[in-house]
Write a protein that binds this ligand. Structure first.
Ligand code: SF4
Length: 198
């Protein structure tokens, strides 16, 4: 049985679904089955909302002040569970909540989900992955057309409503592409975090 909650570095992570609407060329899921304290993050069957809520209720968060939604899948593909779990984490456990996302949740759910997210998520980290639509399509391989524009639009909506919003890229990008990402970050006013590839 796959872990719903696991620790990695200094945070607790919630692995609420294996469903995803991208097929990123670098996805860690194609390299290993687990991460941090979890040997296996592949669910035999995606957990129900109640299973996720029970896992959070019963977890000892001593020493941790944040729950990060980021599993072997895209959390906004299980929006109902994500919203309920984040609400519980805040209200019953007194935790901060962070969502790591590919930024395609509006497309996935057929509506603007940012107002709902903003009620229970303190911080959103969006995978930018590439500096333009063509490269984004090649690297992220989303199910949707115009994925880059949709992700950028989502990021802008988050900036208006969520306390903390960041884009993230990994430093495997070329210098030129990193500069373009920095420019996009500057032009949109959304902070860019450059993670070291590990
Ligand atoms: S969005 Fe995340 S889970 Fe989905 S394929 Fe890309 S890296 Fe993997």
């Amino acid at each position: 049985m796959a872990d719903i909650l696991y620790t990695y570095k200094n945070s607790v992570y919630a692995n609420i679904t294996n469903k995803c609407n991208c097929s990123c060329t670098f996805c860690i899921r194609s390299q290993k089955d687990g991460l941090g304290s979890a040997d296996n993050l592949w669910h035999e069957k995606n957990p129900t909302k109640d299973e996720v809520l029970d896992a959070i209720r019963n977890y000892d968060f001593s020493g941790f002040d944040e729950l990060v939604f980021c599993g072997y899948g895209e959390p906004t593909c299980a929006l109902d569970t994500l919203l309920a779990a984040a609400k519980l984490a805040k209200e019953e456990k007194g935790l901060k909540t962070r969502l790591n996302t590919n930024g395609l949740g509006n497309e996935e759910n057929g509506r603007n989900i940012v107002p709902e997210l903003s009620e229970v998520i303190d911080s959103v980290s969006i995978s930018l992955n590439a500096p333009d639509a063509k490269k984004y399509q090649e690297v992220s391989r989303p199910k949707y057309d115009n994925g880059f524009d949709k992700m950028v639009d989502f990021a802008g909506k988050c900036k208006d409503q969520v306390k903390e919003v960041k884009w993230s890229i990994v430093d495997v990008l070329s210098e030129e592409d990193i500069e373009k990402c920095k420019k996009l970050s500057f032009n949109t006013g959304i902070e860019l975090r450059i993670r070291h590839f590990s």
